[in-house]
Design a protein around this ligand. Sequence first.
Ligand SMILES: *Cc1c(COP(=O)(O)O)cnc(C)c1O
Length: 368
Amino acid sequence: MIPVNEPLLNGNEKKYLNKCIDTGWISSEGPFIKKFEEELAKKVNRKYGVAVCNGTAALEIAIEALGIGKDDEVIMPAFTIISCASAIIKVGAKPVLVDSNLQNWNMDVNQIEAKITSKTKAIMVVHIYGLPVEMDAVLEIAKKHNLKIIEDAAEAHGQTYKGKPCGSFGDISVFSFYPNKLITTGEGGMVLTNDEKLAERCKSLRNLCFMPTKRFVHEELGWNMRMTNIQAALGVAQLERWDEFMAIKRKMGALYTSLLKDEKGISLPVEKTNYAENIYWVFGIISKKENVTAEILMKKLAEKEIATRPFFYPMHLQPIFKKMNLFVGETYPNAEKMYTYGFYLPSGMALTANQTQEVAKTLKEILN
Ligand SMILES: *Cc1c(COP(=O)(O)O)cnc(C)c1O
């Protein structure tokens, strides 16, 4: 079976993990945490990084730290992972959805402004699959309406928008280091900001809101969302290969593109826009034939021992949100189309050129 994702852990990972064991630093105290936070912050031009236990936790901390709460509204894409919407809902706020742009697969920035009400507090941008959100438009709208930006850069490690790193645009930005992300810590995440007060608040929230002076006396409730030194050790080793990993992804994307570009039945990720070069966090494809759904193609690929993943299931269709009476009567046709016809091919860091070729060849046989 060609797996959909396999990470590369053959740098200094073992060496740094051994260091954790040898020194006894295995909890969230320990030198790799600070190093990982500082080094990632530097890579994405942020002053502060706060490492947490996963990307979902990072989103929850970001929302809470910005003071978003009951009856507030946050604009976000319909096409994304559940973590984005659940972070908003869990503080009593309301996610307000925007449909996708079928060219770049991100939220259609032209639909944001119409969704703003007197309750809107923030826009959550999520860079999807490999190209960044069109940030100029978002920044302009946020400024005009005095809205905060939460930037989910979990899929955009190393990506830039007009030369500026993804993760550097939000009032708060978040990353995930799940094993399918460009760099991984097994489980892990980070919140980044340039605002010292926000950074301090995030640190407090990840650590049960312990007070620095009166230990075990609490004026607020937080969570235990700390990252361990063991995870951060992996992170530091992975960060050393940031540029190399970006190059691997782009090479994979270029190879898939060259092998599949003449297939009439599918559309491929856009290689390049005037603001970014695709980083191919995953190599997604969308079937163009009405009777050839993602489900059919994925099943046929699985029969040939090739693993794939469906695209995100749009937020407005989620059974849990229907039960909560959210998004009643709303439709987001582009997000629905992407889910119905889109899926992604094996795209992990350990994927070889031979495997890429085999996947492309098999897909072509199935399509024809
Ligand atoms: C992976 C991912 C997350 C969640 O990260 P976890 O570490 O799995 O909790 C959040 N947002 C996006 C866009 C992601 O791709």
